[in-house]
Design a binder for this molecule. Structure first.
Ligand code: NDP
Ligand code: HEM
Length: 514
């Protein structure tokens, strides 16, 4: 890093000092008979490394943006384990009092990298914990449920939030509502999304939820189903649809700036972290599956238990290096924490490292922000590949024999620990059964929790009214047949919602005609 007081010497990419950063080499033609004095003119030279160096790098300075969650902001921080939960989880970073460095990236989901921070969209809340047992990523959202529970629907649903193939516009949000109304298991998430929580006022003022059920193990090998809740110590604050639209027009990076500026001032945001836990036997008595991502675990039955605090206290020095290149995955885990059978989670275990290899390259883990702590990395078969910059394990043999030589054994992780560091590695569950085509059908129970949420909104002044308004504004330019389907979709939660939206849309249409 250059000293701020002494301007650095400009060089080529190879470190050769550059005498004039703006010069290009050219063959000067004879201009002696021109009426006015001419600067040297003529073709450029292939030998001009300084120019070619600059242009060739410029031509390659974009990497693919994330296919979802492209717009984001992030900061480093610290996690402190505030409470003992060793009866639930043995992960070493959870030992009471322990502090672990972290990186958090917040994001919107559907929009491009340049889209507005205030879009109505879930917000991503991804945190990387640089633990002594390897990197652990919590790749969460600010909503406790999701639109799908059949993972193969994800590309379909996401495509409805992208521009149309021919015209490249959102086309009155027709595709979005076409998809949702024909896949009604989405309704719980859609209810959250069209409440004011769908447009957070700040990344500092929203919660994070695992959404999925995970499995955490204690040192005795006993496990619980776990859901994680990260509750904002700043409280939850939202924008109205009008405020969100105003910010989107006037300052689309408003929430990115809010995070950076507050941390810069030392106004460090924090989240208190809780778990809900459930035993296998309890899960069998539920009216829904714990692997159903469209459901929450009622607080009354599964109270929150505190285990830690996350504080963001350090802005990135460089956005591209540390935030754009950050690579999170639910499959980046540590001993004591595993994925459950939730099929959406299982699919995500594959999808993230796969997209990282495409977006950042096969050695994405060697980019400093993604590097596990040095002491923790040793794998003699993960070698070579583009951009190998970590010394590549030097002369160490590039294979393991079944009977490990003693020299290898020293470096290996003890077998007992390794089993939980890899997904599905524990031996106590027996997985047998037929291969069955899997498609989750919709039942009446899918509307029970959305109804509970409608009541929650009724407890907060103006929230039900805002909800109806937010949906009406969103479908105001949709096709009439899609609008009808939207009224039916919400009427399955309550007739009052469907009718309320219909009235509001009619009001918007008649005002537009005036
Ligand atoms: P509770 O009355 O105990 O929980 C209600 C919860 O609703 C609150 O704790 C709050 O979550 C959340 N909430 C408040 N306003 C909104 C909003 N605008 N959008 C989304 N969530 C909001 O009852 P239950 O646990 O039985 O849950 C009732 C309903 O509340 C659920 O069907 C679900 O829709 C919603 N909810 C439940 C959560 C859970 O884990 N049980 C988590 C979040 C929402 P928080 O305290 O997390 O801010
Ligand atoms: C980002 C896939 C569901 C949270 C991404 C990315 C992909 C993806 C490909 C881009 C990653 C990158 O380029 O770095 C999927 C698939 C899903 C799914 C296939 C379902 C089948 C979910 C769910 C959640 C979630 C349910 C939350 C509970 C996130 C977050 C990011 C992200 C927070 C942004 C990470 C970052 O900041 O870099 N997802 N996702 N996703 N996803 Fe998902």
């Amino acid at each position: 890093m250059a000293d701020k007081k002494i301007p650095p010497v400009m060089t080529t990419s190879q470190g050769c000092p550059v005498s004039d950063p703006f010069k290009t080499q050219r063959v000067a033609i004879d201009t002696s008979d021109y009426k006015h004095a001419q600067p040297p003119q003529g073709p450029l030279l292939l030998q001009d490394f300084q120019l070619i160096d600059a242009l060739a790098h410029f031509d390659r300075e974009r990497i693919p943006e994330r296919v979802v969650h492209a717009k984001g902001a992030g900061a480093f921080g610290v996690f402190e384990a505030t409470d003992d939960i060793s009866d639930i989880c043995k992960s070493s970073f959870l030992q009471k009092g322990k502090r672990t460095r972290t990186l958090t990236r917040f994001s919107t989901v559907g929009g491009e990298k340049g889209s507005a921070d205030t879009a109505r969209d879930p917000r991503g809340f991804a945190t990387k914990f640089y633990t002594e047992e390897g990197n652990l990523d919590f790749v969460y959202n600010n909503t406790p449920v999701f639109f799908i529970r059949d993972p193969i629907k994800f590309p379909h649903f996401i495509h409805t939030q992208k521009k149309t193939p021919q015209k490249n516009t959102m086309d009155g949000n027709n595709a979005f509502w076409d998809y949702l109304t024909t896949n009604p298991e989405s309704i719980h998430q859609v209810m959250v999304l069209f409440s004011d929580r769908g447009t957070p006022a700040s990344y500092r003022k929203m919660n994070g939820y695992s959404g999925h059920t995970y499995k955490w193990y204690n040192a005795k090998g006993e496990w619980h189903y776990v859901q994680v809740h990260m509750m904002s110590d700043q409280g939850v604050e939202s924008l109205t649809v009008e405020q969100a639209a105003k910010h989107a027009g006037e300052d689309p990076d408003f929430i990115t700036a809010d995070l950076f500026d507050n941390i810069e001032k030392g106004n460090n945001p924090s989240w208190t972290m809780y778990i809900q836990t459930m035993t296998l036997e309890e899960s069998k008595k539920l009216p829904f599956s714990v692997f159903d991502l469209t459901k929450v675990w009622p607080h009354s039955q599964f109270p929150l238990r505190r285990f830690g605090k996350l504080t963001l206290n350090e802005n990135p020095k460089n956005y591209f290096a540390e935030i754009e290149q950050a690579a999170f995955s639910p499959s980046h885990t540590v001993p004591g924490m595993e994925a459950s059978f939730d099929p959406v989670l299982q699919s995500r275990l594959f999808s993230y490292p796969d997209t990282h290899r495409h977006r950042l390259g096969t050695n994405y883990n060697q980019i400093p922000v993604n590097c596990p702590l040095k002491s923790g990395v040793f794998n003699p078969i993960i070698r070579d590949g583009a951009m190998t910059v970590n010394g590549n394990m030097g002369s160490h043999p590039n294979y393991l024999a079944t009977q490990c030589p003693v020299t290898f054994a020293k470096a290996l992780i003890p077998a007992k620990e390794a089993s939980t560091a890899t997904i599905g590695g524990l031996g106590e569950e027996k997985h047998t059964g037929e291969v069955v085509p899997f498609h989750w059908t919709v039942t009446d129970y899918d509307f029970v929790q959305p109804r509970a949420l409608w009541k929650v909104l009724g407890r907060q002044s103006g929230q039900q009214r805002n909800f109806i308004h937010n949906v009406a504004v969103h479908i105001a330019n949709s096709r009439p047949d899609i609008q009808e389907r939207v009224y039916d979709y919400f009427s399955k939660v309550s007739k009052e919602i469907g009718e309320g939206i219909r009235r509001e849309v009619q009001g918007i249409s008649s005002r537009a005609k005036l």
